[in-house]
Design a protein around this ligand. Sequence first.
Ligand SMILES: NC(=O)c1ccc[n+]([C@@H]2O[C@H](COP(=O)([O-])OP(=O)(O)OC[C@H]3O[C@@H](n4cnc5c(N)ncnc54)[C@H](OP(=O)(O)O)[C@@H]3O)[C@@H](O)[C@H]2O)c1
Length: 320
Amino acid sequence: MRIVIPGGTGHLGVILNRALTDAGHEVTVLTRRPTRPGELRWDGRTLGDWAEAVDGSDVMINLAGRTVDCRYTPANLREMMDSRVESTRVVGEAIAAAARPPRLWLQMSTATVYAHRFDAPNDEATGRIGGTEPGVPAYWSTSVEIAKAWERTQRQAATPGTRKVALRTSMVMSPERGGAFEMLLRLARLGLGGPVAGGGQYVSWIHDTDLVRAVEFLIAREDVAGPVNLAAPHPVTYREFMRGVRTAWGIPIGLPATRWMAEIGAFALRSDTELLLKSRRVTPGRLLAEGFAFTHPSWPEAAADLVRTIRADRTGHAGR
Ligand SMILES: NC(=O)c1ccc[n+]([C@@H]2O[C@H](COP(=O)([O-])OP(=O)(O)OC[C@H]3O[C@@H](n4cnc5c(N)ncnc54)[C@H](OP(=O)(O)O)[C@@H]3O)[C@@H](O)[C@H]2O)c1
């Protein structure tokens, strides 16, 4: 298949590009700064020559968007919104203009669209969309608004010949450098892998092997459209999650941190505490109902697998 990946230079793009290329597909990445073969220039906002790669392609996987791992200043929030809405809009325009449009448009979205909650898991059918839950900082609703606008832009695109799926993706745990797992492992190795703000908030996650397999599954399953949660079936609390990281690496203790300590830490890391403190209890209702079988359904088994791969890579043994 010919697969186009806007925003394919980042963490998830590299993982998907490698896996899909290894599987024999021809992948074209759209980037603002092309440097490698297979990369085409676009600006994420306007139609250009890049749209020729969309015409005659089979699958579009749009990952573009300013990173959310930053301080949530008004300027950064605006950029997080605009980069997602604009890139999705122009991807839709390219598909609409194509003589031979792709038959599938997988559009990245986020598990953050769901409400901060502890009482029950959010699946696609019964989940509660966030933005109005009481007792959380008012600015948390902006992430939900971004997610909703992102999905709405795809939904409203006039692309009748193309199946559309919104990937409500949880935190992807990979052994890659620069990913979330490496960052959490670093914290744990510094002794900071204890519960934060009580540690009762839920972490939804997916192993990168299952992310790739879910994308392949959704490409093959021509009857599935609309929002699909990409999350392992067993979200765990932050406390359990970090215990799993520590156990996998062999770190006996993790110091607990208060909300205020987390604020200071997030400030130092130029990040935002919403990423740590929001309870994301998200489950893959549709994937399971459609018969998708996870390779790594449970934490800490998935953490142990990631640590094995990281250690094998570092010692020169074949990790994967
Ligand atoms: N990683 C996760 O666990 C996770 C979980 C849920 C959802 N997501 C979402 O999935 C997408 C990919 O995630 P990722 O971790 O691979 O992110 P990433 O490493 O930050 O990569 C995102 C890509 O988007 C492009 N981009 C950034 N700002 C842009 C802008 N203003 N206009 C157009 N393109 C822009 C960049 O490509 P160029 O600089 O080459 O143009 C970059 O490589 C993101 O939208 C992210 O929010 C990620």
